[in-house]
Structure formats: structure tokens, C-alpha cells
Design a protein around this ligand. Structure first.
Ligand code: MTE
Ligand code: MO
Length: 332
């Protein structure tokens, strides 16, 4: 049953940052007040995107995500609405059209989920998601996401620094790279069944270990205060905000520490167009288009919302030191 809330925040306001945070605050406060009165929580009725919320996923994860700590990350940024974040996607395992993942990802089984830890580390093994997230404090971080195709979004993620996870598995001194692999399950993923696919599944991405350990690098398990929708990479994905979106690999089932640089999926398909680093860089064009500007979603024919692209997607202060002395034209 849907209980009408006492405070209705107009949907036109809901996507602005302050409205979102105020709503969260209200939900927390009302949650407390309601609990004190011994009544069921009505917080769900406040959701502007009610009806499109994930109806799958284990309760323990939903509870943990809902309790994520707010942070100051990206607080000045205007959020891309939930609808755009969850209906305009790249997830080729579910088709190549932007609306294919939202339509086709329902068949993905996200619970139970486990992640295999392999390679140059002390603690290898297969760990279920619940154990990985146990005692992992979740936080909310608002990050810009810049796709190599020259569109971008602003997304409030819920997750934890990848560094926290890496430390637990005790990488050896020979671990120079960290490789991530997406689920390989053609029965669940219609795009993996396609005979026309140019991708050699499963999707693979990797970072240098110092990039992986950078405090900005996030493992996300939620967005907009909810668990990740399947089209956004449920139940766990990478988010590397200073790199083009294809580095932010979805639905991860394996993390492997390696001594040599892995070959990533897009790098293997078109090495002249997609390099290992893929740092957002307005000065280095893609061979087929300029990277100087981007289309910030939501955008339309009449309001294209084109903005200047920033070096390292605006995160240079935190990450430029990682590439000191490197020629970023060669290391694209
Ligand atoms: N496994 C997998 N991960 C992926 C992709 C993909 O096709 N498969 N697409 C990437 C690209 S190109 C982008 S821009 C982002 C998009 O993330 P979003 O749909 O959550 O905005 O996911 C990245 N992660
Ligand atoms: Mo992308």
C-alpha cells in the first residue's frame, strides 16, 4: 500500500542536490520518529522515482546502502535525474542501444553473488558479496561520469574506496596492476548471445595498482541512495571518475592482481582508439571526434547542454601526480 507522505517534494525539485540531501535528511529523521512511535516506516513513499526502484536484491544490502554516510564529495554539482541515469546506459552485455540495458537487464541474477580474488596477493579465494561488504563502511559520493562518446552525467554513488578492499587481500610487491572481470553468462545476458558482437566476452578492465589505490577510486553498490539497478552494473561495479566511462566496469565477478599490464576489452577491439589509461583529456581527440566538449545529460535537441570537458574530468588535483613525466598523448 502506498502511504501519502506529509511532506511532498515536487518532482521538479527532486534532482537538485539540496532537494536530494534534504529529502535524505527528512527520511532519516522521519525514520527515527516513526521508529520511536512503533509504526512502520513511510520513507519509501517519499521517493520521487518510486515505481522504478529496484525490486530485486537482498534486504541486508538494501539496508546497508540506505545507511550510507553522506560526504561533501561533489556537493556543488547538479545531479542528473534518476530517470536518465537508469535509462541511458552502456552495458553491451545487454545490447548496444542506450535503452537496451534498462529493457534487457532484468534477467541478470545478482543474488547470490561472489567475487573471486586471484593472482599476486596473499589472500586468494572466492568471497560472497555479503562477506566482502561486511564491516565495509559505505558512503555517498557525487561524481561526474564522462563517457568517451562525449556525453556525461552527475551521479550520487553509494560505495567504498577500492583501496579498502585491496588492502584486505594483501597484494604482493609483484602486484603492479589490478584486473576486473564482468560476469560471463550468455543465458542471462542477451548481448553475450549475439552473433554480431565484436566483443570477446567477458568484459575486462584494469588499472595500475596506484590508480586502484587512489582514494577517488570507488567500488559502487548503489546510486541515489538505493542498490544499483541492474542496468548500472548490479550488484557491484567500479567507478573511476577521472577516466572515460568504459574503465568503470560493471557487475564484477573477479579481481586479479598481475605483474604485467592486462589487455582491456576496448583496447583489444580498437587499440588506436582506446588505450590502457583512458584518462579524460580535452586536448587529445579520439581519432574520430573531438573530446574538447561534452553533452551533459539531461540534454535535448533544443537544449543540448554542451559544456567544456575538463582535464582528468576535473579531478586533476587528486590524480595528476599519478602521471607525472608521462606523455599523455602517447599514453591515451
Ligand atoms: N561490463 C561492462 N561494463 C561497462 C560497460 C559495458 O558495456 N560492459 N560500458 C562502460 C561504459 S562505455 C560506460 S560509459 C559506463 C556507463 O555506466 P552507466 O550506464 O552506469 O552510466 O559503463 C562502463 N562499464
Ligand atoms: Mo562509455
Amino acid at each position: 500500500m502506498l502511504i501519502k507522505s506529509a511532506v511532498d517534494i515536487p518532482s521538479s525539485e527532486i534532482t537538485s542536490h539540496s532537494a536530494y540531501l534534504n529529502r535524505r535528511k527528512f527520511m532519516q529523521q522521519s525514520g527515527l520518529a516513526v521508529a520511536a512511535m512503533g509504526l512502520a516506516s513511510t520513507a519509501g513513499a517519499l521517493e520521487s522515482h518510486e515505481g522504478t526502484l529496484p525490486k530485486f536484491g537482498p534486504d541486508w544490502l538494501k539496508t546497508q546502502v540506505a545507511g550510507a554516510k553522506e560526504t561533501a564529495f561533489g556537493a556543488a554539482e547538479k545531479l542528473t535525474p534518476y530517470r536518465d541515469v537508469t535509462s541511458y546506459n552502456n552495458f553491451y552485455e545487454f545490447g548496444t542501444g542506450k535503452d537496451d540495458p534498462a529493457r534487457n537487464a532484468g534477467s541478470l541474477i545478482t543474488d547470490p553473488w561472489s567475487v573471486a580474488i586471484e593472482g599476486e596477493c596473499e589472500k586468494q579465494g572466492v568471497f560472497n558479496l555479503e562477506d566482502i561488504l561486511k564491516s565495509m563502511p559505505l558512503e555517498e559520493r557525487i561524481y561526474r561520469l564522462r563517457c568517451v562518446e562525449a556525453w556525461s552525467m552527475v551521479i550520487p554513488w553509494v560505495g567504498f574506496p577500492l583501496a579498502e578492499l585491496i588492502k584486505r587481500f594483501k597484494p604482493l610487491s609483484t602486484a603492479k596492476y589490478v584486473e576486473f572481470t564482468t560476469l560471463d553468462a550468455p543465458k542471462q545476458m542477451i548481448g553475450q548471445r549475439s552473433r554480431f558482437s565484436t566483443i570477446d566476452w567477458p568484459y575486462v578492465e584494469a588499472l595500475r595498482i596506484d590508480e586502484a589505490m587512489n582514494p577517488l577510486t570507488l567500488m559502487a553498490v548503489g546510486l541515489y541512495g538505493e542498490i544499483l539497478p541492474k542496468q548500472n552494473g548490479a550488484p557491484i561495479r567500479l567507478v573511476v571518475p577521472w577516466k572515460y566511462g568504459f574503465k568503470s566496469i560493471k557487475s564484477i565477478v573477479k579481481i586479479r592482481f598481475t605483474e604485467t599490464a592486462p589487455i582491456n576489452t576496448w583496447q583489444a577491439i580498437a587499440p588506436r582508439e582506446y588505450g590502457f589509461y583512458a584518462n579524460v583529456n580535452p586536448e587529445v581527440s579520439h581519432p574520430r571526434w573531438s573530446q574538447a566538449k561534452e553533452r551533459r545529460l539531461p540534454s535535448s535537441l533544443f537544449k543540448t547542454n554542451r559544456i567544456e570537458t575538463q582535464m582528468f574530468n576535473g579531478y586533476g588535483e587528486q590524480v595528476a601526480h599519478l602521471y607525472k613525466g608521462m606523455d599523455l598523448r602517447k599514453n591515451y
